[in-house]
Design a protein around this ligand. Structure first.
Ligand code: ZN
Length: 70
């Protein structure tokens, strides 16, 4: 058996595993409620799921827009 034929897929598998272990981007979760939803730090309303999916968990859309104007 030629070792080169089996080492390549094995290396790729190792790389996939090391990538899978990489920590996700840090998301602040101090404003996460008991249901696992995020509450806007300004108004207390739930942050839109679309924003949470992007890691933007601190503020709802309207408060974020106000925040950016300041
Ligand atoms: Zn808000």
């Amino acid at each position: 058996m030629d070792n080169a034929d089996i080492s390549q897929p094995y290396q790729e598998l190792m790389i996939e595993q090391s990538l899978a272990k990489k920590p996700k981007p840090a998301v602040s979760d101090h404003n996460k409620n008991a249901d696992g939803d995020y509450e806007c730090i300004d108004c207390g309303e739930l942050v839109e799921p679309q924003r949470v999916a992007l890691g933007l968990t601190l503020r709802c859309i309207s408060c974020q827009q106000l925040h950016e104007k300041q």
